[in-house]
Design a protein around this ligand. Structure first.
Ligand code: DC
Length: 222
């Protein structure tokens, strides 16, 4: 069994790349951001103030999260409900980022993430996969791109989904969230010392996938 950790900031292209690589190598893809988003969504729906970490923590006992696989890939079940669509709403991003800074929330999600790699080869995308979840991952890649390019990609993605927003709004939300994710005390979104740094600013999707596959082949005998 092997584990590929793909970390990086929002809009760096992690999910697109991880999905493509998982298809190519026929391995499991786990999107860990979706778990933080599901907890954020629960707090949003129940009008819980996410700056009040005690309140958030006391609500964790009401949350049951499961990861399932369907034809379209990963499905997140929040107390049995498929929340794949709702967790992608832009207002949930900051909720996810806020709850992700609470150590007890991160602890709550440890097992569900680690269990996925027990029976499968896996590529997992997130912020702390190479540093905390799988410090022993066979491959660690930190994918990044310039702020402007990441914001353009995210803007395009949201518009294509029919979500109304502006480029400026996307850029400013993204920078706020990055700052929050990078500067938190626990599991900050920073590269592992042994991660391979990959700048996707001037690579298209196919080039980035090829580069990732090349890095993987250097580390594991596929
Ligand atoms: O990858 P994403 O945008 O769906 O992640 C949503 C938030 O969850 C992000 O702002 C930071 C947090 N997150 C995290 O702290 N650790 C992870 N492994 C994945 C996401």
């Amino acid at each position: 069994m092997y584990k590929i950790a793909l970390d990086g900031p929002s809009g760096s292209g992690k999910s697109v790349m991880a999905r493509a690589v998982s298809k190519q190598l026929n391995i499991l893809y786990v999107d860990t951001g979706a778990l933080y988003r599901a907890i954020g969504l629960y707090m949003f729906r129940n009008e819980i103030d996410v700056s009040d970490s005690e309140k958030v923590i006391s609500n964790l006992k009401n949350i049951n999260l499961e990861l399932a696989q369907s034809e379209e890939g990963q499905v997140v079940l929040l107390n049995g409900e498929n929340v794949n669509k709702d967790i992608r709403l832009p207002e949930i991003s900051m909720y996810a980022s806020k709850v992700s800074a609470i150590p007890k929330v991160r602890e709550f999600l440890l097992d569900i993430q680690r269990n996925t790699a027990k029976k499968n080869n896996v590529i997992m995308d997130g912020r702390d996969i190479g540093t905390v979840i799988f410090p022993d991952a066979e491959v660690k890649i930190f994918l990044f791109a310039s702020d402007e390019i990441r914001a353009q990609r995210r803007y395009k993605e949201l518009i294509e989904k029919g979500i109304e927003t502006t480029y400026e709004e996307v850029l400013s939300d993204m920078l706020k969230r990055d700052e929050n994710d990078r500067n938190r005390a626990v599991a900050p979104a920073v590269p592992a010392d042994d991660a391979v740094m990959l700048d996707s600013s001037y690579l298209n999707i196919d080039q980035t996938i090829s580069e990732i596959i090349r890095i993987i082949r250097e580390k594991i005998n596929l």
